[in-house]
Structure formats: structure tokens, C-alpha cells
Design a binder for this molecule. Structure first.
Ligand code: FAD
Ligand code: NAI
Length: 485
């Protein structure tokens, strides 16, 4: 029997589940289909983010940071921990419990918002012409098959594709999740490898490299590009690199990775270093974190003529409309940064556009955060981008070393940097490396969204003592009038 819906969402990651909830809030009848299965074969909505991405990585980052603090930082506070031991299996079990809470939370939200959930793989079957078929839809729609334990055929007047992305493998070195690991295997290790190698010092490389270094692994990261975090403001990247070097995270830049050989004993990576000299790295486990590929596998896009680009991403316009009327796509499967909050914003905007509202995503104010220690966070343009764009700007920086709360915390690494237009003083970018940068950046995002000037931030009363005073002081520094440095 066909089941008709105003909206069918394929994929329940942050893009899909949020789009489904918002569409239901706006009065649509909504189905959401998701294929992710937990260890018992049951539904595990939340996508990459919840199952093998944002949430589990942050759970392990937190646990490993506690371990590092107990082993190294507590003594400075007069707290001596004797006989400190590590139970990685328990740490991973806790991470799994956090993931499950999030899976269950989404199922609860679907019930609350009357979104009908289907566990299985959704694929396009055919276009349903206006007024035709069991759908009897005045404007037509799409027939979608659900393959899984409970197969179903659905018809949706409109469809949102939110099928996410998959990790990219090195040529000739497929993921076996035993020795050569993607994020999935890297988040499931129940023993600390003695020697851990990572390919790629991007976001995953730095976050997961940090987790396993803190837990005792000897970590080496091989990065192809000559600059460390080339997309990040280079003053911030340099400060972060100094901190990572001090922690013992070995990062080799400008390498060219050659043959990768995996055996039961471990993995050997042949590579040439920045000088072009032949090198070899032998490790117990290798994590490959060299970017992600949009996932359209299983969608049967050809059946309806849904257009993909040369990267395999679904082609969409600025409003997330695909080439097919009534079919939209959001999140990692389309252009733009592969971030959970970007996917969510697009999901909300599409649901609102479907309801005749003016959904809006501002790509200029999407924040980035790397959850290392120190954290790295930014929004807007970097100093190098402003130079390239020929924009006259003023820069203000303030170090956490001069911030009272950072001193009390015992975490004074890093700085806040604000870039403002030289003439209008409008904030064009904000860049932070240091404690709680992930939380501090929200103020800067808000400032940019409201088109604030550096002077506006400088004149806002910030609580004392707080890390956010460093943001205020960096804004004062734009006008060369810091008060505490
Ligand atoms: P996904 O989350 O990938 O969800 C897609 C869903 O669709 C999946 O459940 C999949 O099973 C399902 N699906 C696919 N095809 C079908 C089909 N045909 N039928 C039914 N279901 C289907 N981003 C951040 O913003 N912050 C972070 O801290 C962060 N940390 C990360 C850490 C790691 C290790 C990784 C790998 C990623 C991280 N990301 C982070 C990125 C973030 O996870 C993604 O940007 C986000 O999950 C994209 O959301 P999405 O909804 O587009 O896709
Ligand atoms: P990435 O794009 O962040 O980093 C990949 C790195 O690998 C780059 O530095 C690149 O130069 C390097 N590289 C590529 N090919 C290489 C090769 N053959 N040899 C050596 N180096 C090579 O991708 P990553 O880390 O895999 O993460 C994927 C995406 O997931 C991120 O871009 C981000 O969108 C998302 N993510 C977000 C997080 C967050 O918001 N905190 C955390 C983790 C992932």
C-alpha cells in the first residue's frame, strides 16, 4: 500500500532530522527514512554526526582531556592523584552510551513532532505525474521505496535528500577498520595503540590524534600541504602548532604519501618528506582522515534524473533546490562546508521555503571549531583572505595570558583576534585559539550577523572574570586601546 506524505526526508543526520521536524512544525505530513543501524540492528538516527562524528569524538575528547588533566594538570592545583589508571574499554562504552542517548532523543523528537520514521534505505522509484497513481497528488510527486526489515513504498509531494558523506580512502589502501581506520574504526578502539599514524592534519586528524596522544599513543600525522591548517588564519594556526608541538603531537608537513602496507603486525607507510627524501613510518594503526565524499549511494538518482556534479555531490542552487521540481538537498551531500550546523541551517531553511517562508542561511557567518586543546574557532575572513581580497582592515589581538579567568583556570595558551574594516570598523572576521574557543566564538558570530563594529563589542559589558573579556579586549585592541595588556 502506498503511503502519501507532503514531505519525505531521506537521511536522519543533522540536516535531515532537523528538516523533518521543522517541516512538521509548519503543518506538513512528514516521513523520514534513515538506514543507520546500531550494533543490534535497530535504528540509530542522527547520521555521521551522532554515530561516528561530532558526538562520539567530543565524548572521547572530554574523557581523554580528564585523563590528561588528572595526570598532568591537577598537581599544579595542589591535587595529587596516585595510581592513575586508564580503562579505554569503559571510556568507549561511555561514548557509546552518549551516542545512544542522542539516537533515542531523535526518535523521541520524531514522535513529539509527528514525523513518521522508517528504518531502511530510501531510493527514488519514479516521478508521479500530477493527479496520477495512488498518490493522487494535484502537483505530482515522487515514489520512494524503503528497503529494510519493513519494506514500504511511499509517495511524497516533495523530497529532501540529506544522505550525508563517507570518508575518503587513500588510493590502494581501503579501510579495513582493523589496521587502516576511518573515523568509524578510530572512534571504536578499545586499546591504546602504542604507535598511531594519521594521514591528514585537518579537523579529524587533529581531534582524533589528540584523543589517542592524551591516552598514551605515540602519534605521527603526515600532511600533504606545506602549510599547517592553511584555511585558518595563519597567526592562529602558528600558535596552535606551537602548542601541539609542545604536547608531543608529531606533525610532518609537505609529505607525499606512497604505498601503504597493512599486515597483522601493523601498517607501514612509505612517503617522501618536504625535502623529497624517501621515508617510512611503521605504526600499529593508521587513521586516514583526508576529507569526505558526498554520499548518494543507494539513492537511485538516475531513476528520476537527479543531477550530480563531478565530485558526486547533488547539484543545488543557493536555495538548496536540485534540478528536479520539489526535490531539495541539504548538508554534506551538497556544496559548502561539511559541518553539522551548516546541514541543520539548510534543513530549517528548506522546510521554511517549502512552506512559502523565506528560509535563510548566511554562509559568511558559519563558525568553525576544532575541538583540540587549545580549541581553535573562527568565523568570517582570515587576515590572508582580506589581503588577497584587497580589503583595508585593522587587526586587534589579546592574549589569554593577560586574562584573569584564564590564569585562574590554569590555561593561558592562545589569543583572540578580531579583524575589522579599516574605514567602517565592521567586524569582518574573528579568530580564537585558546580555552573554550568553541563557546567564545558565538559572540563573534552574533556580532557579525548583526553587522556590529569592533567598537560595538568593545562597549558591551562583559562579566568579570570571564574568558569573554579577552574578546572585548581584542575589540578594544582594534582601536589600540586595550585596558589589560
Ligand atoms: P549525515 O550526518 O552523514 O547523515 C546522513 C544520514 O543519511 C545517515 O544516517 C545515513 O545512514 C543516511 N542515509 C544515507 N543514504 C541513505 C539512503 N539512501 N536511505 C536512507 N538513509 C540514508 N561537524 C560539526 O559541525 N562539528 C563537529 O564537531 C564535527 N565533528 C565530526 C567528527 C568526525 C569524526 C566526523 C567524521 C565528522 C564531524 N563533523 C562535525 C561533520 C558532521 O558529522 C557532518 O557535517 C554532518 O553529520 C552532516 O550531516 P548530514 O545530515 O548532511 O549527513
Ligand atoms: P579535512 O579536509 O579537514 O582535512 C584533510 C587533510 O588531509 C587536509 O589537511 C589535506 O591537505 C590532507 N590530505 C588530503 N589528501 C592527503 C594525502 N593524500 N596525503 C596527506 N594529506 C592529505 O578532512 P577531515 O579531517 O577528513 O574531516 C572531514 C570533514 O569533516 C572536515 O572537513 C569537516 O568538515 C568535518 N569535521 C568537522 C569537525 C568539526 O567541526 N570540529 C571535526 C571533524 C570533522
Amino acid at each position: 500500500m502506498n503511503k502519501n506524505f507532503d514531505v519525505i526526508v531521506i537521511g536522519a543526520g543533522p540536516g535531515g532530522y532537523i528538516a523533518a521536524i521543522r517541516a512538521a512544525q509548519l503543518g506538513k505530513t512528514v516521513a523520514c527514512i534513515d538506514a543507520w543501524a546500531n550494533a543490534a540492528g535497530g535504528p540509530a538516527p542522527g547520521g555521521t554526526c551522532t554515530n561516528v562524528g561530532c558526538i562520539p569524538s567530543k565524548a572521547l575528547l572530554q574523557s581523554s582531556e580528564h585523563f590528561e588533566h588528572a595526570g598532568h594538570a591537577f598537581a599544579d592545583h595542589g591535587i595529587n592523584v596516585k595510581g592513575l589508571t586508564l580503562d579505554p574499554a569503559k571510556m568507549v562504552a561511555r561514548k557509546d552510551a552518549v551516542v545512544k542517548q542522542n539516537n533515542d532523543g531523535i526518535l523521541y523528537l520524531f514522535k513529539k513532532n509527528k514525523v513518521t520514521f522508517f528504518h531502511g534505505t530510501g531510493s527514488f522509484v519514479k516521478v508521479v505525474a500530477p493527479g496520477q497513481g495512488a498518490a493522487s497528488l494535484p502537483h505530482g510527486g515522487y515514489e520512494i521505496a524503503v528497503a529494510g526489515k519493513a519494506p514500504a513504498t511511499l509517495v511524497g509531494a516533495q523530497v529532501i535528500v540529506a544522505t550525508g558523506s563517507n570518508p575518503r580512502a587513500l588510493p590502494g589502501a581501503p579501510f579495513d577498520e582493523q589496521q587502516i581506520l576511518s573515523n568509524t574504526g578510530a572512534l571504536a578502539l578499545t586499546e591504546v595503540p602504542k604507535k598511531l599514524g594519521l594521514i591528514g592534519s585537518g579537523v579529524i586528524g587533529l581531534e582524533l590524534g589528540s584523543v589517542w596522544r592524551r591516552l598514551g599513543a605515540e602519534v605521527t600525522i603526515l600532511e600533504g600541504l606545506p602549510d599547517f591548517l592553511g584555511a585558518v588564519d595563519q597567526q592562529i594556526a602558528k600558535e596552535a602548532k606551537k602548542a601541539f608541538d609542545k604536547q608531543g603531537l608529531k606533525i610532518e608537513l609537505g609529505v607525499q604519501v606512497g604505498e601503504v602496507k597493512a599486515s597483522k603486525k601493523g601498517v607501514t607507510v612509505a612517503y617522501s618528506n618536504a625535502k623529497g627524501e624517501a621515508q617510512s613510518l611503521s605504526v600499529d594503526k593508521l587513521i586516514v582522515s583526508i576529507g569526505r565524499i558526498p554520499n548518494t549511494h543507494g539513492l537511485n538518482a538516475d531513476a528520476v534524473g537527479l543531477q550530480l556534479d563531478e565530485r558526486g555531490a547533488l547539484v543545488v542552487d543557493a536555495d538548496c533546490k536540485t534540478n528536479l521540481p520539489g526535490v531539495w538537498a541539504v548538508g554534506d551531500v551538497v556544496r559548502g562546508p561539511m559541518l553539522a550546523h551548516k546541514a541543520e541551517e539548510e534543513g530549517v531553511a528548506v522546510a521554511e521555503r517549502m512552506a512559502g517562508q523565506h528560509g535563510h542561511v548566511n554562509f559568511n557567518t558559519i563558525p568553525w571549531v576544532i575541538y583540540t586543546s587549545p580549541e581553535i574557532a573562527w568565523v568570517g575572513r582570515t587576515e590572508q583572505q582580506l589581503k588577497n581580497d584587497g580589503v583595508a582592515y585593522k587587526a586587534g589581538t589579546f592574549p589569554f595570558l593577560a586574562n584573569g579567568r584564564a590564569r585562574a583556570l590554569g590555561d593561558t595558551t592562545g589569543l583572540v583576534k578580531i579583524l575589522a574594516d579599516a574605514k567602517t570598523d565592521q567586524v569582518l572576521g574573528a579568530h580564537i585559539v585558546g580555552p573554550m574557543a568553541s563557546e567564545l566564538i558565538a559572540e563573534c558570530v552574533m556580532a557579525m550577523e548583526f553587522k556590529a563594529s569592533a567598537e560595538d563589542i568593545a562597549r558591551i559589558c562583559h562579566a568579570h572574570p570571564s574568558l569573554s573579556e579577552a574578546t572585548k579586549e581584542a575589540a578594544l585592541a582594534v582601536d589600540q586601546r586595550t585596558l589589560n595588556f
